[in-house]
Design a protein around this ligand. Structure first.
Ligand code: NCD
Length: 337
């Protein structure tokens, strides 16, 4: 695809070489994200960051990524703080705000809303999550993490074995990740969820049509026995009609160190898009996994900055200028990455 000037709304936009291009650019962002070099390539550019649903890492990492490229960030958070609460349409909001920014990152609770906004925007829009539909930048950072975690083991994305666990019906991260995996070969996917929260049928079908082997299960232990990656997810309580309904499923699948030791292969990588629900009623990934070197959840969040920097550099067409607008950092930076 041509990245310059494009919206990033769904992983369905990508072909395999596009994903490889994003990953190659993300690799080149490491000295900047790791605070060895500073670049001013986006000096003067403005990111409109519009998050109409709760967000910590997606919102802040989009902002950090833009800052690390030398640009500035203008934030709108919460529908209640914007004129949408006064009845303004997405069309009008997009027409207005795209006059104030060079690129927009947006999250909204309704599926399809970010695409509707993008259609009226005068600048590229990146989908930071639209309801239960898609979360393309998360899927890219997840796949980038999978590639990096498995690289030292002579395994890759082709022939990957992955278990996805939790609320597969409402989880936009797993929807986007499954669709993205369709660009690769011979993947074995075990989908572990309560019956009521299964992966949407059309996504399962898409995986099968891509030649992947898909198993569905509602038992955790047997499902995580022969995989490279366990990708755990939170029950998406905000998508249920009541908390009581969400309570039926919370805490159903809990991975902790003893279950990991008993059932997983020794080096199985543990992932989660975060936030993990650490309340006693949930704990889908127990805190006792924190010292497990195969817990990759904070490497995922670090990789999110690289991938989002890559998306900005591609969409704003500055990839080849990043290094020529750079210098070493002035301050002490050892030991963080
Ligand atoms: C996810 C999301 O918002 O879809 N979080 C994230 O962006 N990393 C997952 C979740 O909220 O459970």
């Amino acid at each position: 695809m041509q990245f310059a000037g494009s919206h990033i709304l769904s992983v369905s936009q990508f072909e395999r070489p596009d994903v490889q291009r994003i990953f190659a650019v993300a690799d080149r962002m490491q000295p900047y994200a790791h605070r060895q070099r500073v670049t001013k390539v986006l000096d003067g550019a403005i990111l409109g960051s519009m998050f109409f649903e709760p967000s910590t890492r997606t919102r802040v990492s989009f902002g950090s990524a833009f800052n690390l490229l030398g640009g500035e960030v203008r934030e709108t958070t919460g529908i209640e703080n914007s004129a949408i609460a006064k009845g303004e349409s997405l069309y009008d909001t997009a027409r207005v705000l795209s006059g104030y920014s060079d690129v927009i990152a947006m999250r909204h609770p309704a599926a399809g809303s970010v695409a509707e906004f993008a259609a009226a925007s005068r600048v590229p829009v990146i989908n930071g999550g639209d309801g239960a539909n898609e979360h393309p930048s998360q899927a890219l950072l997840d796949l980038y993490t999978i590639k990096s975690e498995l690289a030292g083991r002579g395994r890759g994305i082709d022939r990957l074995r992955i278990a996805m666990v939790g609320d597969l019906r409402h989880g936009r991260t797993v929807h986007s990740l499954c669709k993205l995996m369709c660009l690769f070969d011979d993947i074995q996917v075990v989908l572990v969820s309560p019956q009521e929260l299964r992966m949407p049928g059309e996504i399962v079908e898409q995986l099968r049509q891509s030649g992947h082997k898909v198993l569905e299960s509602d038992v955790l232990e047997a499902s995580i026995a022969h995989v490279d990656i366990v990708y755990s997810t939170r029950i998406q309580e905000e998508r249920f009609s009541s908390q009581q309904e969400a309570d039926l499923y919370r805490g159903r699948f809990r991975l902790n160190q003893s279950i990991y030791t008993e059932h997983c292969e020794p080096n199985t990588v543990i992932m989660h898009p975060l936030p993990r629900d650490s309340r006693d009623t949930a704990r889908e990934l127990d805190d006792d996994l924190n010292d497990n070197p195969n817990l990759a959840i904070f490497r995922q969040t670090d990789n999110g900055v690289l991938v989002r920097m890559a998306l900005f550099a591609l969409v704003l067409d500055v990839v080849d200028l990043v290094d020529s607008c750079a210098r070493d950092v002035n301050w002490y930076t050892a030991g963080r990455f």
